[in-house]
Write a protein that binds this ligand. Structure first.
Ligand SMILES: NC(=O)c1ccc[n+]([C@@H]2O[C@H](COP(=O)([O-])OP(=O)(O)OC[C@H]3O[C@@H](n4cnc5c(N)ncnc54)[C@H](OP(=O)(O)O)[C@@H]3O)[C@@H](O)[C@H]2O)c1
Length: 272
């Protein structure tokens, strides 16, 4: 694929992760530009990855074939409205901001644009992200391919066919690292109440979580329920714990929590 010029508007944590991923995968730093108000972040990016930098969003947009919008959702409207460029239709836009519907960007730019909406998650900061992608109607095959290449640099991707499914992505992968943290936190509290130190409990739990995730990943042919059954002997210790989760209706709690996350995503989208 022809390598294109990519500009990042906003050079915060998520942009840094994607830039790091791209450069690690040998995308030339000379084809990447970051635009940000504060100079220190730009200097660090320039030093670490050899990319181009600017304090001027217009300059970055004018230079780029692809523009990654990576500012906080609260300032997205102003940032887009302030961009003055006559060639917006020639560019591909990828937004990673949470909660802003595609149609809003057309209004912000007051111009139809080719837009991919992306919902990454925090493990992207380690290159272990999971991102949902949604392509607006004007997106072509090349746009899809380059969007995938960019976002895959921080982890796995999944295209969804309907924009409303981005809210389900938020419930499944955007917010879920925190669900797993909460579960591990409660396990740690219980272990400490039984006499282990916090550090001892954490080591046991974090390594088990990592191992369990790898087992899921390496056994794609097995249903999750099958994996569970394989390590749950009837009458054994795991069985005792699993039965407790079932009696306490963990399934209903999880279902309710995920639907509440979706509902909140819908409420937030209505604010923009
Ligand atoms: N971090 C995550 O795990 C995550 C997950 C999913 C989605 N997202 C989305 O990704 C986007 C970026 O998140 P982040 O975590 O990278 O945030 P961040 O670290 O706060 O980065 C935002 C950057 O935007 C810059 N900025 C502020 N005003 C600007 C302007 N007018 N023009 C250009 N840049 C400007 C900020 O610069 P200064 O610091 O100099 O003000 C900052 O460097 C957000 O929309 C967020 O919803 C993040």
């Amino acid at each position: 694929m022809e390598q294109q010029k990519i500009a990042f508007i906003g050079a915060g944590n998520m942009s840094r992760s994607i830039i790091s991923g791209l450069v690690t995968q040998h995308y030339p730093g000379s084809l990447i530009m970051a635009a940000n108000p504060s100079q220190d972040k730009l200097d660090k990016l320039q030093q670490d990855f050899g990319i181009l930098t600017t304090n001027n969003n217009d300059e970055a947009v004018a230079w780029a074939d692809i523009v990654v919008l990576a500012v906080k959702p609260q300032i997205m409207a102003k940032v887009c409205q302030d961009i003055t460029n006559d060639a917006l239709a020639d560019k591909l836009f990828i937004t990673i901001a949470a909660g802003i519907l595609s149609e809003r960007y057309q209004a912000y730019f007051n111009h139809p644009i080719r837009l991919v909406r992306c919902m990454p998650n925090t493990p992207s900061l380690l290159g272990l992200g999971m991102s949902g992608l949604y392509a607006g109607s004007a997106i072509n095959q090349d746009d899809r391919a380059i969007s995938e290449q960019i976002i895959r640099s921080v982890g796995e991707i999944l295209w969804v066919d309907e924009e409303t499914h981005i809210d389900t992505v938020i419930a499944c992968s955007g917010s879920s690292p925190a669900y797993f943290f909460l579960f591990m936190e409660y396990m740690q509290q219980s272990a400490v109440s039984m006499g282990l130190s916090g550090e001892e409990a954490r080591l046991l739990i974090q390594q088990s979580a990592l191992g369990a995730a790898q087992m899921v990943r390496h056994n794609n042919h097995l249903e999750l329920s099958e994996l569970r059954k394989q390590v749950t002997s009837k009458g054994g210790t795991t069985h005792a714990a699993i039965e407790t989760f079932k009696q306490q209706k963990l399934d209903e709690t999880v279902d309710k929590a995920m639907k509440n996350a979706v509902e909140r995503a819908q409420e937030m989208a209505s604010q923009f």
